[in-house]
Write a protein of this length. Structure first.
Length: 436
């Protein structure tokens, strides 16, 4: 059988999973590719750590990228290094040495996609990136190819398995944030530094990639308004359940007449709806096309083998030649063709809101808050007021939760600031968006 020589650059969690699939299931990949995918080299920075992680055939493991770059018989490389540098420089070297690339690095694509993809096209090479978004869910292929007969109108998704795992554990078991982050790291769902997962950056970068594919416009992930889960208070999870909702870190992209609506933020979702029931490290995306209507994708979005599954599928497509055809035709991340996305003014976005605040237990406090909301054309849908909390001295604080009817983001922001300035209100007001 014909052979395609493969190299892996970066033998961490995902890279070792890719090596395991290639070595243990060569008959399976050969059946789908019509050729043997032969693991010729695996590059690791720390050889001892890599050797402890996976047992490779003699001569495969190396710490020299030059052994890959200078080997003309290696034609496809799974580059699985995270971050921007040296990942960017290494990818350019690999492309210029005649290699096709498979990557899972969404940060690199979100930041340097046009430069890397333009260079690949100039050199007649390809970059496959299914594993960059939503782990094992084949969302890239579905949006860019399977749904290509549609004008996609909306994408809503849980795009970060780490944050979803953390929120699910806090919600279901009452675990505290620090404990769950540690558990996520032990299970391989979170990096040693989980900042990009929990502050919404990772989800915003993935949303920028999906929005580019879905709407044909260039999106800078830095322009996407984002709020993470690192400041999420367990009390809000309890109040949300009491109201019939769960809180999820939701990424939203909607195509409107005024431009793209893009955001990443903790959002209340009605219990029983598909996105609200996505648990642990699973991801899910709900897309709406003008022809197909709503479609729903669900699967593991973090972890070694789900991501490795997507990488190996891209290796097969690249070895067969399918990736090159679609790569050259669709012109992903071109610096010439896609227009800059027109982002809708976030202040004009309409929706319902959840507000939680602590107020002094004085007559007229709720009326004062209601007056502020009314001033900004925000009406109250429901109120929860539990027993008072001792605050020291003669003051008693009342936890107050308000669910609003639909209003603009700008009005909600102004009303929140004004409520915080009221004499009876203690501390900041927590505000989340609400989706049915």
């Amino acid at each position: 059988m014909e052979k395609t020589n493969i190299a892996i650059v970066g033998l961490g969690t995902v890279g070792s999973g890719v090596a395991r699939l290639l070595l243990d299931h060569g008959d399976r990949t050969a059946r789908h590719a019509g050729r043997t995918l032969w693991l010729r080299k695996a590059v690791a920075r720390d050889l001892a750590k890599a050797a402890a992680r996976i047992d490779l055939p003699e001569g495969v493991l190396t710490d020299s990228i030059d052994e890959v770059v200078e080997d003309p018989e290696i034609t496809v490389v799974a580059q699985l290094i995270g971050g921007l540098e040296p990942a960017r420089s290494i990818m350019l070297r690999l492309l210029e040495s005649g290699k096709d690339i498979v990557t899972a690095n969404k940060a690199l694509l979100a930041e340097h996609g046009p430069e890397l993809f333009d260079r690949a096209r100039q050199l007649g090479r390809s970059i496959a990136f299914e594993a960059s978004v939503a782990g094992g869910i084949p969302i890239i292929a579905n949006i860019s190819q399977c749904l290509s007969a549609n004008q996609l109108q909306s994408l809503e998704g849980i795009l970060n398995g780490t944050s979803n795992f953390i929120v699910s554990q806090m919600d279901e078991f009452g675990s505290n944030y620090e404990e769950v982050v540690k558990t996520a790291q032990e299970l391989g769902y979170a990096e040693a530094d989980p900042t990009m997962d929990v502050d919404g950056t990772d989800a915003a970068q993935k949303l920028a990639i999906l929005a580019h594919l879905a709407f044909g416009a260039a999106v800078d992930w830095n322009d996407i308004p984002k709020v993470g889960i690192d400041g999420l208070d367990p009390v809000d999870l309890r109040y949300a359940r009491e109201l019939g909702y769960r809180i999820k870190l939701l990424a939203v992209a909607n195509l409107t007449d005024d431009g793209l609506e893009l955001s990443v933020s903790p959002t209340l979702l009605k219990i029983g709806t598909p996105l609200a029931e996505v648990r642990n490290a699973f991801n899910a995306i709900r897309a709406i096309g003008d022809a197909v209507g709503p479609v729903f994708f669900h699967g593991l979005g973090a972890g070694q083998m789900p991501t490795a599954s997507a990488v190996v599928a891209d290796l097969i497509d690249t070895a067969v030649g399918r990736t090159k055809l679609t790569f050259q035709t669709l012109e992903y991340f071109s610096s010439d063709n896609p227009p800059r996305a027109i982002l809708r003014d976030a202040e004009t976005l309409r929706g319902r809101f959840y507000l939680r605040l602590h107020v002094a237990n004085h007559p007229g406090t709720l009326a004062a808050i209601a007056n502020v909301l009314a001033k900004h054309a925000i009406s109250i849908a429901s109120v929860i007021q539990h027993e008072t909390e001792a605050a020291g001295g003669d003051l008693e604080l009342v936890p107050l939760v308000i669910m609003t009817h639909e209003a603009t983001e700008g009005a909600a922001k102004l009303a929140t600031a004004e409520i915080e300035s009221l004499q009876a209100v203690r501390g900041p007001v927590t505000r989340f968006r609400v989706k049915e």
